[in-house]
Design a binder for this molecule. Structure first.
Ligand code: UVW
Length: 312
């Protein structure tokens, strides 16, 4: 990684030595209002995946499925284990066990690193036992609000979903925007529909996870320079890694996490579900919207589940 990214641009220090939100600094009040101007119809579309879905959640194979279970419900009153509250009311409770990256989520900027330094040059040792620097907390405190643009990369390639082995480069991003007739502006939250995770439901887990290698963007200096020049604050996709898992040329993993997140401070919103949003955009031809995301304020977290809202 060090060799490959030796000359790659960095935003370290751009927002001071104590910065922990990186390119979200681009989302000023003026940028929020620019996003608000994309609201033209009053439509609200959420882009979170179902958590603890009965058909299985799309997660990276090294992580376990989210598990939700009741700790009490009507059955406990029926069996006599619980008595109603004074006044007669009863209630149900439940708990969930999941990876913070186990559904639609935001990554903390310190989530991935190389050369022993995370975002802004903080030592990687700051991650030990909990993220002391560049955790999800400051991102969650701030929230992510701006003009979002959706690119349906699968439709651009003439498919319902990109498949294992399909790669995307800068020319595809620009080509899809041109085909859709939408302009990607500086400081836009860039959302890409890949469609791949939907195949989990049609193919079943065995086929879906076999030789797991998500389709998506692969590293190139031009791609990274474009993200840098466009000052993109957040990259959002409906894949688990926001990039192809294994670069076909280098065999490396998480190269774009390193180049975009660790070096440029671009926040990553992964495992979105853009099915409803894409359908709506195809129908009405409006590909921009106000993008709103509020990750949970998880103390020292490496990431947080989030439900993304697109308002058109
Ligand atoms: C890794 O791939 C390490 O994490 P994620 O894609 O969930 O950010």
């Amino acid at each position: 990684m060090s060799q490959l990214l030796a000359g790659s641009p960095k935003n370290w220090g751009r927002w001071g030595p104590n910065d922990q939100v990186g390119a979200l600094n681009f989302l000023t009040s003026a940028e929020v209002l620019r996003g608000v101007r994309a609201i033209r119809q009053g439509k609200v579309i959420t882009c979170g995946e179902l958590i603890a879905s009965p058909t299985g959640d799309p997660i990276f194979p090294s992580r376990t499925q989210p598990k939700r279970s009741n700790t009490q419900d009507r059955g406990d009153y029926d069996s006599g284990r619980l008595k109603p509250l004074p006044g007669g009311a009863q209630y149900a409770d439940d708990q969930i066990t999941m990876f913070l990256q186990g559904s639609t989520q935001y990554d903390a900027l310190g989530h991935v690193w190389y050369e022993d330094q995370i975002w802004n040059g903080y030592p990687a040792s700051e991650t030990i036992g909990g993220m002391n620097k560049a955790s999800i907390e400051p991102i969650a405190e701030r929230g992510i609000v701006g003009r979002g643009v959706l690119l349906d990369m699968a439709a651009y390639k003439g498919k319902f979903a990109l498949e294992k082995g399909d790669t995307l480069g800068l020319e595809d991003i620009l080509g899809a925007a041109k085909k859709q007739g939408v302009t990607i502006e500086k400081h836009d939250v860039l959302c890409m529909r890949i469609g791949f995770l939907q195949l989990l439901h049609t193919q079943g887990p065995q086929k879906f996870y076999a030789d797991f290698n998500e389709p998506g963007m692969i590293y190139s200096p031009e791609l990274v320079d474009w993200f840098h020049k466009m000052e993109i604050p957040a990259l959002c996709t409906d894949t688990i890694s926001n990039e192809m898992d294994f670069d076909p040329e280098t065999g490396m993993q998480v190269t774009l996490h390193c180049a975009l997140m660790r070096n440029l401070g671009i926040t990553f919103n992964e495992i979105c579900n853009f099915e409803a949003l894409a359908k709506d955009c195809h129908a009405d031809g409006q590909w921009d919207f106000l993008y709103v995301a509020a990750p949970l304020k998880v103390h020292k977290g490496t990431g947080s589940p989030v439900n993304v809202v697109a308002i058109k």
